[in-house]
Design a protein around this ligand. Structure first.
Ligand code: DGY
Length: 322
């Protein structure tokens, strides 16, 4: 029987590309050049499976219902770059890669929090630019995290993993907001107080970390009014999706001192990052590195492969987007 044809839209870790090439007639993207939406739309008619990732855009307009492709094996847990309803209406199964990137993304949230609280980016820039004049008692004083309150907005897997790290390693108190009840078992080993509203979390926290999916009702969840509630000593961390924050409102809040600082791994309209953010010292910026470790990216790729294998064997896919 002829091998199924699959398209991988970006360069993936070699171990995974090798595995997929053994099982499938796989078209790889050796140059890692981003594909346009039109090219991905056309690929739906050429391949049995298309494997996009978070830097691709798959709007409703590319799904016609007459595709050769039967499955989208998304490389990533987040799927707000795909119009899921339209994809499903067109008969496509969509899968994603949950769990395997939880630890790395929580590590990234903690990295941003520490860098921000201890002014690490600012300090490194000072030293590298030759402007460090030596130790002095009032030089670049940051904020101690012990006994400070971390506010988690979105207490899912990554929110919980971030809270656990902050409490165990830095002795932070944890408050959180979550739309639905979080099972007790998931909160084992952590003392966390659920508050009734996002506003209450923003007011109570010294550091707010966002862990909700992007798109839909979460677009601009952090608007000007909510940002102001974080307060002039408060910090905001975002490893979720750029559109969860109204970026213009964030810039205004940082410039006017309504909040103390921000640590951002994701941006509205990335990879473009506003110059205003780049120029601010009280902001730590990372290029969407949340899951960027060799181990995790390989695990994500393996998970896509497992989903494709199950699908083409006529079995239930392990990680359907429902
Ligand atoms: C995801 O998987 O959604 C991350 O943003 C990229 O790893």
């Amino acid at each position: 029987m002829a091998k199924k044809t699959i398209l991988i839209t970006r360069k993936w870790p070699e171990a995974v590309e090798k595995r997929l090439s053994e099982t499938y007639d796989a078209t790889l993207n050796e140059t890692d050049t981003p594909m346009t939406t039109e090219e991905i739309g056309a690929a739906l008619n050429e391949y049995d499976a298309v494997c996009p990732t978070v830097s691709d855009k798959l709007p409703a307009s590319i799904f016609s219902g007459n595709h050769r492709a039967q499955i989208l094996g998304n490389f990533g847990v987040g799927f707000n770059h795909i119009d899921i309803e339209a994809a499903k209406a067109a008969g496509l199964t969509v899968t994603n890669t949950p769990h395997v990137l939880t630890d790395c993304t929580a590590d990234t949230a903690i990295t941003l929090m520490l860098m921000l609280a201890r002014r690490a980016g600012e300090g490194e820039r000072e030293l590298r630019s030759g402007n460090w004049t030596g130790w002095r008692p009032t030089h670049m004083m940051g904020t101690r995290l012990r006994d400070k309150t971390l506010g988690i907005v979105g207490m899912g897997r990554i929110g919980i993993a971030t809270a656990k790290r902050a409490q165990a390693a830095f002795g932070m108190k944890v408050v959180y907001y979550n739309l639905v009840d979080v099972p007790d078992a998931a909160l084992e080993g952590i003392e966390a107080t659920r508050l009734d509203t996002i506003e209450a979390v923003l007011e109570a926290a010294d550091v707010v970390s966002l862990h909700v999916p992007g798109g839909g009702d979460n677009t601009h969840l952090m608007n000007a009014e909510r940002l102001a509630l974080i307060g002039p000593r408060g910090m905001l961390i975002n490893t979720a999706r750029g559109d969860v924050i109204d970026q213009e409102a964030l810039i205004a809040a940082l410039q006017s001192g309504k909040i103390a600082g921000a640590g951002l791994d994701v941006f509205e309209g990335e990879p473009k990052v506003p110059q205003a953010l780049i120029e601010m010292e009280n902001v730590v910026l990372l290029p969407h590195l949340g899951s960027a470790t060799t181990e995790t990216r390989e695990d994500m790729g393996k998970m896509v492969a497992d989903n494709l294998d199950a699908f083409f064997a006529g079995q239930d896919v392990p990680n359907p987007v429902t």
